[in-house]
Every structure is written in C-alpha cells, then in structure tokens.
Ligand binder design. Structure first.
Ligand code: ADP
Ligand code: MG
Length: 363
C-alpha cells in the first residue's frame, strides 16, 4: 500500500527556559511512498526521523498536513487502527514471556470481530517466526537469546498482525558490526518476500544505501533529497547531501572559478564550461582522483593504505576542509612513496561544485 505524506509538519513547543522558540521537528514533508517499496529515511541525529515515524504510526499528531494509507486519510486515526508494525532500536521484549508469547502478544488484545482463536494465534506466530528464521527458539525467553535473535523476535512481533506498513526505527543500532550486516540483509529479504511498504530509519548512510529502494535525506526537519541511492550519490543537490553519503567521505576544497577554469590553490585543475566566475566549494569523491604524473592537481603525500582491492592514497592540501585528502585508486597503480608530492587528474563526473554561501549545487 502506498503512503502519502502531504505537507506533513510537526512543531514542538520550546522547552528551553531562555528561548521559548518552538522546534520544527518535521517541516513540510511532502512525498508519496510507492506501494511495496523499502524507503530509507536518513539523516543525522535530531533531524526528525523518529518524529516522522511517530506521525505515520499515530503516536504523535501532526501540527499540519495529512497522512494517507492508500486512499484512506489516517491523520486522525488512533495507532491501533492504522495497521502499522513497529520495531525500535531497543527490542523491548517482555523478559518473563517466551518468544512465542512475545510474538502472539499483539494478537491477544484483539477484540470483537478481529478476535483470534489460540490455534490461529499460534499458527500466525509460527509463520512470522519462520519468516525471520527463529522457529526453533519459540520456547526460550529473551534472556536466552543473542541481540540479533532478540531483534528478530521484535520483527516477528511487528509482522504477526500482518501490518499494512512496517516502520523500523534504527533497528540495528544495538547489534555488533557483523550482525548488523547480516540482519539488514534479512530485513531486505523479509521485505521483498512480504511486499509490505516499509520505512527504515537510520543515521548510517551505508545501511540506508545498501537496502533501500529509495532514500530520503533529511536535515533539521527538512527533506533535502529523495531518490534511488545511486542517483543521490551520483547527483547530490547540495553539499550536505554530498557529505552525508559515501565512505570514505567526499573531499571538500575551497576553490575559485575564473574564465571557466576551476582553480584549487594556484592550480587550474579542470575546465568548467558555463560556470560564472565565483568562489566555490569543490567536492571530489575519493574515487574521482586518477594518479597521473603530470596531473593538474598536486597534494602532499602522507601515506598509502592498502585496503585489499584498492589503495587509499592519503595526502594533504592547504585548500582542503579536512586534515587529509582521501583518494581511492586501483591497486595496480604504482605510487612513488619516496616522493613528497602526488599528482592527480580529476574525473569530472566525480567532482561537484557548490555555492560557497548556501552549499547549493552549481550545474
Ligand atoms: P531523530 O530521530 O532524527 O534523531 P527526532 O525526530 O527524535 O530526531 O527529533 C527531531 C527534533 O525534535 C529534535 O530537535 C528533538 O529535540 C525534537 N523533539 C523530538 N521529540 C520531542 C518532544 N516530544 N518534545 C520536544 N521536542 C522534541
Ligand atoms: Mg530517532
């Protein structure tokens, strides 16, 4: 089922004694999430991700705008009538109940026409448990499970009511690195299998990029960019988005455009047709550097790091925002480590120009 967010806004009253100014946690979020897709909601802590989810599931009321599930306006519907499955960072399982009881718990409270028999509840619990591959653990208690298994129980519990929408709020944050990788693939598999429209919240760009059909990048309550992960990476609309996506992160330099030449430091590094003379921020992806003896851009070589398939050349440049410039080059390339400087040519499609004042992309 598609989810329509129409100019969704949430303001909180100011709590700070000094400033009574209200906080706009979500500001005019306007987007239609297509049916059956997994959307990654991505942004730094405090940007409004959880608030957006709380509005969608009904735990909070919007200050403005509407929410539709399919054609139904659910803006004023209480959470229990929305058909939403929720999973949070802390699995919040009942410690004294078995896995099976934890999973059937949301079904126990169904009343009236929705009321289920015990057999039916168990059947549904086993179905959900099978989906997340914990059917062998049904008689255990949460304390007897690993973090990853506990999170699977939480996911099974969210799925057991056969929700129309699945909302996951940083569900992998409490897991160690390896489990995080494994569980995110599981979530992707389960989502594909069930075709439930899913919103996955994370502050981890790598996580969002790897499992989402669509990513939404947020900053201070405002949506910055929406698109397929690769498209957003290849075509960021502003410096914030460019910096938020990618590991190692994009390298940012102070530059100047003069007569359609881009200068970084004193060097003309690239021809930029059609760009007016101005000061700019230059973003260069690590994979945008090509080692070249007579290349137009020179950096001070610090060291080489071998990362299996690739080589990372770490250098410094006086115009770079960060203490070091990180470039990734093919492992076959030869780097003269005795030299103090290293020269690069730049791949134009991996280099972006941004307005110095606003950070907005210059095309
Ligand atoms: P995220 O999940 O992206 O870390 P949140 O949605 O939790 O961000 O918060 C967004 C902003 O709204 C933050 O500035 C936060 O302090 C504020 N906020 C969230 N919940 C409340 C609340 N109940 N009362 C007041 N301010 C809140
Ligand atoms: Mg949050």
């Amino acid at each position: 089922m598609k989810i329509v967010l129409e100019h969704l806004t949430k303001k909180f009253p100011g709590r700070n004694k000094k400033s009574r100014e209200e906080v706009t946690a979500v500001n005019d979020f306007h987007f239609e999430i297509p049916d059956g897709k997994l959307v990654g909601l991505l942004g730094p802590s405090g940007c409004g991700k959880s608030t957006t989810l709380n509005l969608i599931c009904g735990l909070q009321k919007p200050t403005g705008g509407r929410i539709l599930f399919g054609e139904d306006d659910v803006t004023n519907l209480p959470p229990e009538h929305r058909g939403v499955g929720l999973v949070f960072q802390n699995y919040a399982l009942y410690p004294h109940l078995t896995v099976k009881k934890n999973i059937t718990f949301p079904l126990e409270n169904l009343r009236g026409a929705d009321k289920l028999t015990k057999t039916e509840m168990e059947r549904r619990a086993y179905e959900a448990a099978k989906l997340v591959q914990i059917e062998e653990l049904m008689e255990r208690r949460p304390g007897e499970l690993s973090g990853g298994q506990q999170q699977r129980v939480a996911i099974a519990r969210a799925l057991v009511k056969m929700p129309r929408v699945l909302l996951l709020d940083e569900p992998l944050s409490n897991l160690d690195a390896r489990l995080r990788l494994q569980t995110r693939e599981e979530i992707r598999r389960i989502q594909k299998q069930t075709q439930i429209t899913t919103i996955f919240v994370t502050h981890d760009q790598d996580e969002a990029m790897s499992i989402s059909d669509i990513i939404v990048v947020m900053k201070e309550g405002v949506v910055q960019q929406i698109g397929k992960p690769q498209d957003v990476y290849d075509n960021p609309v502003n410096l914030f988005v460019a910096k938020f996506l990618g590991t190692p992160p994009i390298n940012v330099f102070q530059g100047t455009v003069k007569k359609e030449q881009l200068y970084i430091g004193g060097e003309a590094v690239l021809t930029v047709n059609g760009v007016a003379d101005q000061e700019v921020s230059v973003g260069i992806r690590p994979e945008g550097f090509v080692l070249q003896e007579d290349g137009p851009m020179s950096c001070n070589l610090s060291r080489i790091e071998i990362m299996g398939r690739d080589i990372s050349v770490v250098s410094t440049h006086k115009c770079c925002e960060a203490p070091s410039v990180r470039s990734i080059i093919n492992a076959e390339a030869k780097v003269d480590t005795s030299s103090e400087t290293v020269r690069f040519a730049l791949k134009p499609q991996k280099l972006f120009l941004f307005r110095k004042e606003t950070g907005e992309r210059i095309h």
